[in-house]
Design a protein around this ligand. Structure first.
Ligand code: ZN
Ligand code: ZN
Length: 259
């Protein structure tokens, strides 16, 4: 998937703010991207944040993306995608929603910070929290609903925001979750679900050099026969494609881009 220059994770908020999409597309074209995928957030009963597709609007969203794809077909490929908050308790709702539209790519994601899904007020330490997050991601990969697993270790973000996410103090240690991470790699290999390299970590100021997933997880992933995708997770046009060149040349990530 990385033999073409693609940004498969962007949030134009198409149905709520339709005027923004052109700037996202122009930005991708100007940076020489071959493909971009719109992946606005699926509506869910536990969250109705303003950047989500509104309930009942999924079909409208898909038609709007396809209209943009047609409009720009001579310049860039625009794919129809959606980002889904995965949790085993939401399966019926996810399945219902996915049946409302036609998607090229479905991203599965574990989000800890949305209302109704927030376990950070509990007294978990970073390793315990990471384990829960990875276990949910493993279930997501095996669920059969998703093409890509997005920002696998997004939970690293919370350690940079101690005021917003009061957690028990401690450092996340990659090796403490190595068993579940190996299971995730095996599941990715067996299912063909792609591991997303997500540059939002730069905006989150998690690190100057490694993004989501961390270089440790990337190193582990190279022991398995898995595929990758790139996503900027842009919520604004100026973030589209952010970090692509830097990451694709990085010693930790370039192996994924040469596959
Ligand atoms: Zn996400
Ligand atoms: Zn996203």
């Amino acid at each position: 998937m990385l033999n073409k220059k693609c940004d498969y994770h962007t949030h134009p908020n198409l149905t709520n703010e339709p005027h923004r999409a052109d700037a996202f597309i122009e930005s991708a074209i100007n940076q020489g991207f071959d493909e971009i995928c719109f992946t606005d957030h699926m509506p869910l009963s536990i969250s109705d944040a303003g950047d989500r597709i509104k309930k009942g609007n999924i079909e409208k969203y898909c038609l709007a993306v396809k209209k943009k794809a047609k409009e720009y077909e001579s310049k860039i490929v625009i794919k129809t995608g959606i980002e889904v908050d995965y949790h085993p308790d939401f399966i019926d709702e996810i399945e219902y929603n996915l049946n409302q539209g036609e998607f090229d790519l479905v991203l599965g994601a574990t989000h800890f910070h949305i209302p109704g899904y927030n376990i950070l007020s509990s007294n978990l330490n970073p390793n315990e929290y990471a384990r829960i997050s990875f276990e949910n991601s493993l279930k997501a990969i095996k669920s059969g609903y998703f093409d890509i697993i997005a920002h696998l270790d997004l939970q690293r973000w919370v350690y940079t925001l101690p005021k917003r996410f009061p957690m028990k103090k401690g450092m996340y240690d990659h090796n403490s979750n190595i068993d579940i991470l190996k299971k995730i790699m095996i599941a990715l290999e067996e299912t063909g679900v792609k591991l997303e390299i997500n540059s939002l970590a730069f905006l989150h100021k998690v690190s100057n050099s490694d993004v989501y997933p961390s270089k440790d997880i990337m190193n582990l992933s190279y022991d398995y026969n898995i595929d990758y995708s790139f996503g900027s997770d842009a919520h604004s046009a100026d973030w589209v494609g952010h970090g692509y060149d830097l990451i694709s040349e990085s010693i930790y990530y370039k192996k994924a881009f040469s596959k």
